[in-house]
Design a protein. Structure first.
Length: 696
């Protein structure tokens, strides 16, 4: 039976946002929940709007204005769910939030799930993802590791799913009667947890609401009193010295901000004195001497001077602001002179968008891009161009990557077609439509579904960069409509953006699977006798090899000598083509022949976790999966468990079992199920879709 979630939403005068907030919960893909909205004495139309929302899942409780802390604590006592989520009334959540979070908390049996967040700038409706928490590259935190969550820059308590029993057993509650009430709750949660699940996906959306509690009342003592209360109530909950250090560091950072921006001049002196008297109780000198803010605290204690304390606090705030503004100005100046994308996008801003431009698979003439382009040429499409150096594209339609003509064409194209990640420097014209053909059905977990630890170590901005790329995608092509659920969670794209038209590269295979003349030509390229059976080995790349070009681990690679010995039959010839990202593996036979051509002449396909297997299934080629490094790969990248389970009949871990699989292979009911469930299936035509969009 599905576990129930209680969503607690305190609200005070948020008539502009409350409907969107509640509807984001009602529209979840996981539907076993209740919503408890506590109307905290609103004086605008908030209550009226809530009354208009018809749902038996929604309960509205109206109280006199008592603050968010009281409202949340009261609702927590009334909650009947197994899990608790707190949601601010001016925020909202992605449709898959509950589905993803519940799966992880049950899978890990953790105390709570921490997922990421992004900001929605109300002034221009722009989504911004800035999170930089290092611990999110891990899958979970255990034991003493759990206090790492105290290092976050903002003690938000909303972007989590808590096990209700955990909250009750540890008496986790919000502060009442003051703002910053969530500091006390977060400290209690972080220091009580034994296991925390981590999801590096921005499922929670924070609106930058200028009228929120923390962004108003800056001319009163509310922020000063709230800060001091939060400090006093929280510090007494912390027993561990390391956790106390992390907390004090956090409070010092917040003090420097609040002292500068949220404290009236007449209260600055008393605020400094109050905080100094608290900090001097703790032996900061035993903490990390390299931490700049704690070093400031140590210096202040040694000086024992309130005057200098205030002076240094003021200077720190001013330096921080000026340094940030100066860097921003210099960066903008540098970009103005060096960023061709900005220059050309401005130059062609008002130019009529009347071209269709293929960016290729990272500018290569291959894959879905190639076969769609060739199909559209045959269908008579005009103004069709391809960015590549390949002379397989006619010169009149071939665009040199990053040339002057490239930028001119990019910023004058109505439709731009990609097949991989969109380069982050490219600026999207306002009226252009950018379509991503993508490059495979995702057996291996993608982006927000995977922790991608190795990639994040080398490139900490990886997920933030990909977020920007996804925002530029208007549509993404799928090989089968049923796989949309994987992209909804991994890319956080809506169903309306996912086009279930099937891959052009698979259409090519289906159209040519009985083309004897073409197959004969390909065999000649490979120099393979027509009487031989071709076993094609097509592995994928490994995240754990990312950034280690001198120390690639190829232990997963197929041992062709052993397989040949186990087959003991000279009718077979084994051909291998490595993934384009590697090209350094041993025993690679071919590198320059199209993968689709290789598939056409294959009698058996061996892979590991590559989506190429689904192309083979689509045209009834026997498929064998050799997963020597399953444990390592699963830990590094992860696989979609339901899909992996469906492929178990075709999976082995060594060459001996693989040889047996090849000899005894049958196209059985399980094979047919995989073909139906995950392989090519069309709900329409991508070329016709593009044609219609050109008319808009």
């Amino acid at each position: 039976m599905e576990k129930k979630i209680s969503v607690i939403i305190p609200t005070y005068n948020t008539e502009k946002y409350i409907k969107g907030c509640v509807e984001s919960v009602l529209n979840q893909t996981y539907q076993n929940f209740e919503i408890i909205v506590v109307n905290d004495g609103s004086t605008d139309n908030t209550l009226k709007i809530l009354d208009e929302i018809k749902s038996d899942k929604l309960e509205v409780i109206t109280i006199k204005n008592s603050g968010q802390g009281y409202a949340r604590n009261m609702a927590l006592k009334k909650a009947t769910g197994d899990y608790i989520m707190f949601l601010d009334s001016d925020d909202y959540i992605e449709p898959v939030t509950f589905e993803v979070a519940v799966k992880r908390i049950e899978q890990d049996n953790s105390d709570f799930v921490y997922f990421d967040y992004k900001y929605l700038k109300v002034e221009n409706n722009e989504l911004v993802y800035t999170s930089k928490e290092d611990f999110l590259s891990k899958k979970e935190l255990n034991g003493e590791e759990c206090i790492e969550v105290l290092k976050i820059p903002h003690y938000f308590t909303v972007n989590k799913l808590y096990r209700k029993q955990f909250l009750l057993e540890n008496k986790c509650k919000y502060g009442e009667g003051y703002i910053y009430e969530d500091v006390e709750f977060w400290v209690k949660v972080a220091t009580s947890a034994k296991k925390i699940s981590l999801i590096h996906s921005p499922l929670y959306v924070i609106r930058t609401n200028g009228k929120s509690t923390t962004r108003s009342n800056h001319n009163t003592d509310r922020h000063v009193n709230g800060f001091i209360n939060a400090f006093d109530n929280s510090i007494k909950l912390i027993k561990d010295d390391k956790a106390k250090y992390i907390f004090l560091n956090y409070m010092m950072q917040k003090f420097l901000i609040y002292y500068s921006k949220r404290t009236p001049g007449k209260l600055k002196k008393s605020f400094s004195e109050e905080l100094y008297n608290r900090f001097k109780k703790y032996k900061l000198s035993k903490f990390d001497k390299n931490d700049k803010l704690i070093k400031l605290g140590i210096k202040l204690k040694a000086m024992n001077s309130l005057t200098k304390f205030r002076f240094y606090a003021d200077i720190a705030c001013k330096l921080k602001k000026n340094y940030k503004d100066t860097r921003k100005s210099l960066r903008n100046l540098k970009n103005y002179f060096t960023d061709k994308n900005e220059v050309y996008s401005r130059k062609y801003k008002n130019k009529k968008l009347d071209n269709i431009l293929f960016m290729g698979f990272d500018y290569r003439y291959t894959g879905n891009s190639r076969y769609l382009y060739e199909k559209m040429l045959k269908e008579g499409y005009e103004n069709l161009y391809f960015v590549t150096k390949s002379d397989l594209v006619n010169e009149e339609r071939r665009i040199e990557p990053k040339s002057k003509n490239f930028y001119k064409m990019l910023y004058s194209s109505k439709i731009v077609i990609f097949e991989s990640w969109i380069p982050k420097a490219l600026v999207k014209p306002e009226d252009a439509i950018w379509i991503n053909l993508w490059h495979g059905t995702p057996l291996k977990k993608m982006l927000y579904d995977s922790n991608e630890e190795e990639i994040l170590i080398t490139n900490p901005a990886h997920k933030r960069d990909k977020f920007k790329a996804i925002k530029k995608m208007d549509y993404l092509l799928l090989d089968n409509p049923s796989i949309s659920k994987y992209f909804e969670t991994s890319f956080l794209m809506s169903k309306e953006q996912l086009l279930g038209f099937g891959y052009p590269r698979v259409e090519y295979l289906i159209e040519n699977k009985d083309n004897v003349e073409l197959k004969t030509e390909i065999r000649k390229k490979l120099n393979v006798d027509e009487n031989k059976k071709i076993i094609m080995y097509l592995p994928t790349w490994r995240d754990y090899n990312y950034g280690n070009s001198e120390e690639y681990d190829f232990a997963y690679f197929l041992d062709k000598v052993t397989l040949e010995k186990e087959l003991n039959d000279d009718k077979y010839v084994i051909i291998s083509k490595d993934h384009a990202f590697l090209r350094k593996a041993k025993d690679v036979t071919v590198t320059d022949i199209e993968t689709q051509e290789l598939l056409l002449v294959s009698d058996f396909v061996i892979t590991d976790y590559s989506s190429v297997m689904f192309d083979a299934f689509a045209i009834d080629i026997p498929v064998g999966i050799i997963a020597k490094d399953y444990e390592k790969y699963s830990k590094s990248r992860g696989l979609y468990e339901d899909m992996w389970k469906d492929l178990s009949d075709f999976t082995v871990t060594n060459e001996k079992d693989l040889a047996k699989l090849i000899k005894e292979y049958k196209i059985n009911d399980k094979y047919k199920y995989v073909k139906e469930e995950y392989c090519y299936k069309s709900e329409g035509s991508i070329s016709e879709f593009i044609k219609d969009k050109m008319k808009d």
